[in-house]
Ligand binder design. Structure first.
Ligand code: HEM
Ligand code: NAG
Length: 318
């Protein structure tokens, strides 16, 4: 009787331990049993989208970053509400890729037969698949995030970094999310792909001195002083290839954003920028590690949140 009670207690303890571990930790195998087709379905839609428009790969990578930095990686960025994160300064008329996420969600739900893959996990997988589609590194995406029931424009305004920040402010911004200066430099390598609008770098190309003059003039030709706010320029010379040109350009003082050039401007991150500029393997390796770390920011697991059936809306019934 005593030993029976003991083993009952022991198995209860073991069970609750296992449950806690299961519900609070992400795992790359999360969908292996629930929906074995999930990852290949997402990959196919991302590859299609990137084939149609290379920039979409960049936009999907940025979407995951902007999701994770605002109340954690919980797909809060996807919700369409009055006070949506989409309308916050750093996102308004800038963040894109929502239609592709909708397409992925509908395809993956069809493949799985029911809505079991969270929008937050779709963002994390689409970011990885985008990087791979543009010639970058791969990694095992941790999975099992659930979706938020809230979104916050105010938090987005407060927590997303801006291109006007200096190095200490960027380091502080990342530190607030549990990321260090090395993560900052590695993840900024995301700017190896994609584009920026004139208003985000105008001040840097007209008023700052830590910039190559020929490069500045070249960028000024398509970003007038008083016009063309939304004109695009590539963030590095190979905007559709996930390479080290972003870093080698910083070393040449050809960073596009003020915040980019801050990473190589006589400060503590110079050495790392320099080493990434000539060592694609260490950049890729550190980028992958930091992406996993970023993907772990405050995920909703267990009974928290929900699996949305439409990424733009909170489920009405549970
Ligand atoms: C370190 C602080 C960062 C700042 C201040 C910053 C700022 C910006 C700005 C201003 C743009 C241009 C947006 C526009 O003109 O509409 C941009 C684009 C982009 N950012 Fe960042 N970013 C940062 C970090 C990151 C990180 C960590 C990633 C991903 C790991 C990332 C990925 C991208 C990508 C891929 C684009 C191009 C998007 C497209 O073409 O649609 N950025 N970023
Ligand atoms: C976002 O952009 C739209 C369209 O340009 C503009 O009308 C609106 O005022 C902006 N919203 C916010 C909250 O800044």
């Amino acid at each position: 009787m005593g030993s029976h009670r003991f083993s009952l207690l022991a198995s209860f303890l073991l069970l609750s331990l296992a449950t806690t571990a299961f519900s609070s930790t992400l795992s790359p195998y999360y969908y292996h049993k629930i929906c074995p087709q999930a990852l290949s379905t997402i990959k196919r839609v991302v590859e299609d989208a990137v084939r149609q428009e290379h920039r979409m790969g960049a936009s999907l990578l940025r979407l995951h970053f902007h999701d994770c930095f605002v109340q954690g990686c919980d797909a809060s960025i996807l919700l369409d509400t009055i006070d949506s994160e989409k309308t916050a300064g750093p996102n308004n008329n800038s963040i894109r890729g929502f239609e592709i996420i909708d397409r992925i969600k509908s395809e993956v739900d069809k493949a799985c037969g029911r809505p079991v893959v969270s929008c937050a996990d779709i963002l994390a997988i689409a970011a990885r698949d985008s990087v791979v589609a543009l010639g970058g590194p791969t990694w095992n995406v941790q999975l099992g995030r659930r979706d938020s029931t809230t979104t916050s424009k105010t938090k987005a305004e407060k927590d997303l970094p801006t291109p006007f920040m200096d190095l200490p402010a960027l380091i502080e911004n990342f530190k607030n999310k549990g990321l260090d200066a090395k993560d900052l430099v590695a993840l900024s390598g995301g700017h190896s792909i994609g584009f920026a609008q004139c208003f985000t770098f105008r001040k840097h190309i007209y008023e700052e001195s830590n910039i190559n003059p020929t490069f500045a003039r070249d960028r000024q030709s398509r970003c007038p002083k008083n016009d063309g706010n939304s004109n695009l320029a590539p963030l590095d010379p190979t905007a559709a290839i996930f390479d080290t040109k972003y870093f080698s350009n910083l070393v040449k003082k050809k960073g596009l954003l003020h915040s980019d050039q801050e990473l190589y401007n006589g400060g503590e991150t110079d050495q790392l920028v320099k080493s990434y500029s000539t060592d694609v393997w260490s950049f890729w390796n550190d980028f992958a590690k930091s992406m996993i770390k970023m993907g772990n920011i405050k995920p909703l697991t267990g009974k928290k949140g929900q699996i949305r059936s439409n990424c733009r809306r909170v489920n009405q019934c549970f």
